[in-house]
Design a protein around this ligand. Structure first.
Ligand code: SF4
Length: 64
């Protein structure tokens, strides 16, 4: 493996998955943790982000 591949791989490992750093999180209205806009981008109604999820993210996490 060359250096570039190693750098990219270690960068990916440094990104911590959570809703705060996810491009789908939007702080809006009276929600404390924000809403997840992944749903409206996939033809569904957005959901409020739950405290049990916000620090761990989900499988749809994408960095901002
Ligand atoms: S629930 Fe998943 S997709 Fe939605 S903001 Fe959190 S990490 Fe991102």
């Amino acid at each position: 493996m060359n250096d570039l591949q190693q750098n990219i791989r270690s960068d990916q490992q440094n990104i911590k998955k959570n809703c705060w750093d996810c491009k789908y999180q939007r702080i809006a209205g009276d929600t404390f943790l924000g809403i997840c806009t992944w749903f409206s981008r996939h033809g569904k109604k957005d959901k409020q982000i739950l405290p049990s999820i916000v620090d761990d993210g989900c499988q749809f996490f994408e960095p901002r």
